[in-house]
Design a protein around this ligand. Sequence first.
Ligand code: PBG
Length: 334
Amino acid sequence: MQGSFPTTRPRRNRRDSWTRRLVAEHRLSVDDLIWPIFIRDGAGLPEEVPSMPEVLRVGLDRLVDHVGPAVELGIPAIALFPATPAGLKDAEGTESGNPENLICRAARLLKETFPDLGLIGDVALDPYTDHGHDGVLRPAAGGLYVDNDASLEILVRQALNQTEAGIDVVAPSDMMDGRVGAIRRALDEHGHVHTRIMSYAAKYASAFYGPFRDAVGSGGALKGDKKTYQMDPANSDEALREVAMDLAEGADMVMVKPGMPYLDIIRRVKDEFRVPTFAYQVSGEYAMLMGAIRNGWLDRDRVVLEALMAFRRAGCDGVLTYFALDAARRLKAG
Ligand code: PBG
């Protein structure tokens, strides 16, 4: 039982750096970091994403140089996202199944260069569709609707395509029902029993994805919102049902997204399931922090690691973060 003042003084353990280190309950290490990377078509200088300062879209000719420092620092895995040229987008997201698409070319190159780096491939159609939705649209009562079962077939093809190019972890971010099971069955039928699935299990219909949609170019044409498939920010129990379904369908790791505004969900998921749990500190969270840092309103040297530590405290095993390289350097420097 906790004693009372003045016998007990909680500040005693905070007095010196060495006691603070001894009693620290959580640690953040480079092993907890996943770095999302945007790949663009064409060669030459990387382009900065305007709403994400310091985040670059990189062509294949510069990709190895871009990723090298992450490998040297010991970051276990990166997540790849394509900025598909507009001319290659269509209503069905056909380019997602092309073995020569940006992700597949990047995966082959990176596997060959860095065989021990984990490669995560996002599975969803929004970077490939001209309407910006994560699935395909079909006429329904009341207009076009993102059709679940028709989307599954295309997502399965996309997952197989990425796996055959060397992606180690497929990460369905589309929020269609049943996609984890459909992908698992297809992977196994094709002998890819070791390919892991990290499901975006509890993914909310969030305003915090805006800068990402600028980065991959999926936002411009997006009609309406994603509320018929992504979760309502008002819901919490539903996240547990989503996670339970994805685990039953074969997910190896689950993710909550966005991150910082949803730390309560992470904690509930970890307590309930005790499985490898990840969070995505999304583009809007990054933009928010960088905006304040660049204005001199927040101290970068302190806020980056504090924000990431919050995920560990909430129960995360790891975090997808655009700060991964920055954080890894800070952790290394101590
Ligand atoms: C695509 C996808 C999105 C993100 C990751 N995968 C955007 C969306 O659902 O519109 C967001 C990542 C971020 O904001 O950093 N399905």
